[in-house]
Design a protein around this ligand. Structure first.
Ligand code: ATP
Length: 353
């Protein structure tokens, strides 16, 4: 079990930087996720950690050992590919045993280790099947067993759930978490799905065009985004352009549409800002000391265990979410509505996008 460090890692393809000097410290035993939109450099970063690709510059460490240019098999990292890459002509047993056979371990030891790995992924009894005789989820488990059987220091998973249907995805998500906890292994996980990242990770690095925008726990990232990009990438949220019109220390008054909101916290530069407000933090009933804005109802959308009210405030649409049926009873489009928001639930960030 090791921690993994990336220092100023750059990767260029044909003179274009796909990864632009990133620094990361992944602690041993944690499930760490690289999250970001397509093309932001997640897979490239993972492949450099795996040793399947080498940085143009910068350094990678596993514990105290520099591994930047060490081949994959010498650094003890195993990557599970998105498409599993199982050998179709080999049984489950032989697929899982493959890496151990390469190491020329005694037969009996191989059998024991394969048994252990298949038990871990709950596939005991499937030894003699071929990959085509398995479901997507089972193939995924074989790929994970094959990776774990060689006892890697670091397990790397690239969009491991993207080929599975919605139900299996949830099931495998918990399975991966269970296995990771059981073994206490360092896992680096790549996904573009923010909900998946939130559910599975100890910490997340949010990436954007080859850079790391923020690293933190799912809660940090969701509740305290440090940039407009992170805020808007992490789930449905209100991002409202506004202007700072008054400053006293780190308290500001901002304006958007015809509204003036005072007493908000902001320590950034520049007067062009966005107000980030999570829909579930907006109340439809009066709240003491909160700011309030008056508009009209644009839409009421029922989602089962919550309802969203889209309000129109001038030209700006703002979404509020409530679990109370009573609060939305009788709300109809074009009717007046007031949204109440505690000042600490309004995150003011420099305008970026
Ligand atoms: P996705 O979620 O779509 O897989 P990603 O975040 O994993 O995206 P990467 O695959 O790391 O992104 O790609 C980052 C950038 O580097 C992209 O612009 C991509 O086109 C470019 N790139 C990746 N591999 C190569 C390569 N071998 N040659 C040239 N450009 C590449």
């Amino acid at each position: 079990m090791v921690d993994v460090r990336l220092e100023n890692v750059v990767k260029e393809f044909d003179g274009v930087q796909a990864v632009k000097g990133i620094n990361l410290h992944i602690k041993h035993g944690e499930l760490f996720t690289l999250l970001g939109p397509s093309g932001c450099g997640k897979t490239t970063t993972l492949r450099m950690i795996a040793g399947l690709d080498y940085p143009t510059s910068g350094k990678i460490y596993f514990g105290d050992q520099e591994v930047t240019y060490l081949p994959s098999y010498e650094r003890g990292a195993v990557l599970v590919f998105q498409n599993y890459a199982l050998w179709p002509h080999m049984t489950v047993f032989d697929n899982v045993a493959y890496g151990l056979k390469l190491k020329k371990l005694p037969k009996e030891e191989i059998r024991k280790k394969v048994e252990w790995a298949l038990e871990l992924v709950k596939l005991k009894g499937f030894e003699n099947r071929y990959p085509t005789q398995l479901s997507g989820g089972q193939q995924q488990r074989v790929a994970i067993a094959r990776a774990l059987v060689v006892e890697p220091k670091v397990l790397l998973l690239d969009e491991p759930l993207s080929n599975l249907d919605a139900k299996l995805r949830l099931e495998m998500r918990s399975e991966i978490r269970r296995i990771q906890r059981e073994l206490g292994i360092t896992v680096i996980y790549v996904t573009h799905d923010q909900e998946e990242a939130m559910a599975i990770s100890d910490r997340i690095a949010v990436m954007n065009v080859g850079t790391v925008e923020q690293v933190g726990t799912p809660r940090d990232i969701y509740e305290r985004p440090q940039s407009e990009f992170v805020a808007s990438f992490m789930g449905k949220t209100n991002v409202i352009p506004a202007k700072v019109v008054k400053r006293e220390g780190n308290k500001v008054t901002v304006e958007f549409e015809s509204f003036r909101l005072d007493g908000l916290h902001y320590d950034g530069d520049g007067d062009n800002v966005v107000l980030v407000i999570r829909p579930e933090r907006i109340k439809l009933h009066p709240v003491e000391n909160a700011v309030s804005i008056e508009g009209t109802v644009d839409l009421v959308e029922y989602y089962g265990f919550f309802t969203e009210v889209v309000g129109l405030f001038g030209e700006t649409r703002i979404i509020a979410r409530t679990i109370s049926d009573r609060e939305v009873q009788g709300l109809r489009p074009t009717q007046p509505v007031t949204f109440y928001i505690n000042r600490e639930d309004i995150i003011v960030l420099p305008k970026q996008l």
